[in-house]
Design a protein around this ligand. Structure first.
Ligand SMILES: Cc1cc2nc3c(=O)[nH]c(=O)nc-3n(C[C@H](O)[C@H](O)[C@H](O)COP(=O)(O)OP(=O)(O)OC[C@H]3O[C@@H](n4cnc5c(N)ncnc54)[C@H](O)[C@@H]3O)c2cc1C
Length: 552
């Protein structure tokens, strides 16, 4: 399908030239798909115009925040809808501890607004400097402090949505959904599904974080349909506004590092740290420490440590923060830590946490041919199965001849795994597919989920049967059909397109034909500038990349 004219009445930016399509052909993950075009709505009414037109013309839409998601949820063959310009933030409602904002508001900007009045927005993905709150709600995002504060779902009070027929309405906790025909039909169709959730909830028992599938179990438990839209990755509705809850700000913190000779000891210590009041407890596996040392980072742990934990506490006074940190130190030692280091002032804390961020930049310098691929980056298992999971991942790396780094949120047993893949080796693709296949099966066997915080995207949609039983997959399909019967919203995400495979669109394949100009230069600039939406929007506005201006 070719696009030449924007929908009547659409006031935002609308582009379908090759350069614009290339700029939005990639997000943070491993895939590239050239979309039909790009629409940047001017406001929420513009989103309605666009979705109404898409419903009439059966044009698939791919909602997008900053494009920082790794699983291919923000790319696709349809029309990209860049919502990052809808970034207004209203003043904090201090008494109610809430804030209203557009979906394109950046997470750290929202948090700064909250901190200015003694509150905080406690969901803290590492991508907080550039990801949007709309993207976070759509993936049920989380962060290091989720151990204490929970993931995004808990912090969303209301969502202003545009549904697949172009109608708009607000879903608010504790309030009946608006009387829109599409919602009335969806709720009637899903009544049996919701009833079945009562006896067999769509959950992985014991798993502490979940971004896979639809939040049916949470909807059934709360009765709030907002819980279903959270984590739905743009497949049920476009979010055009949010009301977020805020938490009191605890101004003092302290941190500590513990080294462990076995994974079991580290996992036991992480659980004890959580119970003792840690707000974060991150795991750096041996593989991660090796890469950090390789890059010259000083790792304050014995050479033979199997794993390191980084813990953090927050409190209203310095004395209290230090007291809890010392309590956790005692728990680490009781769990047979071979070394512990306390950080009781901001500078030492900062230095300790620098280790957590050391590996990523180093990975890219290990070898020019090595690509760190986010293939299996987000598995989450019941905490007692974490050692088995990490060992299984290490064994799979060895069997398929890959190096890689393993790190993540130990307290929640949510682990990021980045294999380092030399794409010049002729068999890398077959080996990587086998690796993904094996680890997905392992995750299912351990009662885990494929994604604790990043979402299924296109990458994992074909793998959901590894971790969800057939009756749950049927419920997910019923949800999608009820909300989006013509499959206009992000088709291929959550519910796989027949025959789709996880590696269909991997951008690193050297046998892929090179993109023609000006798409190639556009993508090279995106790559150079590590562009998330704001800079992609700037590129869209750059006349040198406007193919039509060049007469291409
Ligand atoms: C370096 C790095 C570190 C990261 N660390 C973390 C982390 O610690 N924790 C974590 O959870 N994630 C992390 N991520 C992943 C990513 O940042 C999150 O998934 C984030 O929530 C995505 O936000 P975004 O604005 O970039 O959304 P996008 O990537 O643009 O979109 C994500 C999904 O949401 C949908 N979507 C976006 N906006 C809307 C909307 N308004 N309405 C409907 N659907 C929408 C898209 O279709 C897509 O399916 C990291 C990513 C990077 C690159």
């Amino acid at each position: 399908m070719a696009l030449t004219t924007p929908p009547a009445g659409f006031r935002g930016t609308f582009r379908d030239d090759l350069a614009a399509r290339a700029i939005y052909g990639e997000a943070a993950g491993i895939e590239r798909i050239l979309p039909l075009g790009v629409a940047v709505p001017a406001d929420a009414d513009d989103v309605r115009t666009l979705v109404g037109w898409a419903a009439e013309t059966r044009t698939p839409l791919v909602p997008r925040g900053s494009g920082s998601s790794m699983a291919g949820g923000a790319i696709g063959e349809g029309l990209i809808v860049d919502l990052s310009r809808l970034d207004a933030i209203a003043p904090v409602h201090v008494a109610r501890r809430t804030i209203r904002c557009g979906p394109g508001a950046v997470r750290d900007t929202v948090d700064r607004a909250a901190r200015a009045v003694g509150l905080q927005f406690p969901v803290d993905p590492s991508s907080g400097a550039f990801c949007t709150v709309g993207g976070m709600a759509s993936t049920n995002a989380a962060g290091a402090h989720t151990l204490r504060y929970g993931a995004m779902r808990v912090w969303v009070e209301a969502l202003d949505c545009v549904f697949s027929d172009g109608s708009r309405g607000e879903l608010r906790r504790g309030v009946a959904p608006p009387a829109l025909p599409i919602l009335r039909r969806a709720l009637a169709a899903l009544a049996p599904v919701l009833a079945a959730e009562g006896s067999t909830p769509s959950r992985h028992p014991g798993v502490r974080k979940e971004s896979s599938g639809y939040g049916l179990a949470d909807w059934a438990a709360s009765g709030d349909i907002v819980d279903l839209v959270i984590g739905s990755e743009g497949t049920l509705a476009l979010i055009v506004g949010l009301e977020l809850r805020l938490a009191p700000l605890l101004p003092h913190s302290a941190s500590l590092l513990g080294a462990f000779a076995t994974l079991e000891d580290a996992v036991t210590a992480a659980d004890r740290a959580r119970l003792a009041g840690a707000v974060a407890c991150e795991l750096l596996d041996r593989s991660f420490l090796e890469v950090a040392r390789h890059g010259g980072t000083v790792v304050p742990a014995p050479e033979d440590a199997e794993a390191v934990l980084l813990g953090e506490v927050e409190a209203s006074s310095r004395e209290e923060a230090n007291r809890v940190a010392r309590e956790i130190e005692a728990e680490f030692l009781r769990s047979r830590a071979t070394a512990v280091r306390l950080a009781l002032d901001p500078e030492t804390e900062h230095a300790l946490w620098a280790l957590r961020h050391a590996a990523s930049p180093i990975i890219s310098t290990i070898h020019p041919g090595l690509k760190s691929m986010q293939l299996i980056e987000d598995g989450c298992v019941p905490p007692s199965r974490l050692p088995e999971y990490v060992r299984g991942v290490r064994a799979a790396f060895e069997r398929h001849r890959f190096r890689g780094v393993i790190f993540g949120h130990a307290g929640d047993a949510n682990v990021h795994v980045n294999p380092l893949i030399d794409v010049r080796e002729p068999d890398w693709r077959a080996r990587a597919e086998a690796l993904l296949d094996e680890i997905s099966t392992l995750t299912g066997r351990l009662g885990g989920t494929l994604t604790g915080e990043h979402g299924d995207g296109r990458l994992r949609a074909p793998l959901l049967s590894r971790v969800w039983p057939p009756e749950t997959l049927e419920r997910f399909a019923a949800v999608k059909h009820a909300f989006d019967p013509d499959a206009i919203l992000n088709p291929g995400v959550k519910i796989p397109i027949a025959g789709a495979r996880p590696f269909d669109a991997v951008k690193y394949d050297p046998s892929l034909p090179a993109l023609p100009e000006p798409a190639r230069s556009a993508l090279a600039r995106v790559e150079r500038e590590r562009a998330y939406s704001r800079s992609r929007l700037a590129l869209l506005d750059d006349a040198t990349l406007d193919a039509r201006a060049e007469g291409v």
